[in-house]
Design a binder for this molecule. Sequence first.
Ligand code: SF4
Length: 96
Amino acid sequence: MINSIIAAKARSEFSRAMRFEGVGVPRVPPPGDDRPRLLYLHIPFCERLCPYCSFNRFVFEEELCRNYFRALRKELLRRLAPGHPLRKEAEERGEI
Ligand code: SF4
């Protein structure tokens, strides 16, 4: 009982803290310039879901995970600058 109350409160507080206001919809800058960037990749699979955790997460399932990584790879390749060797290879293979 106490665990579920604490988990609910923690989720509510995290969710409030993660609400970004006044910045509009975030946009990924277009590829092609040389500005350094940081990249956050979220891998949302866990062996089990901890009750206090507010991350977007799912219990690990192999097929779901494989599909996720396929989609992630595709998205990353799309973000590479046109002409980048990895992107060109993927385009030639019809992957993107
Ligand atoms: S991401 Fe959250 S649910 Fe997954 S192991 Fe870490 S704390 Fe637990």
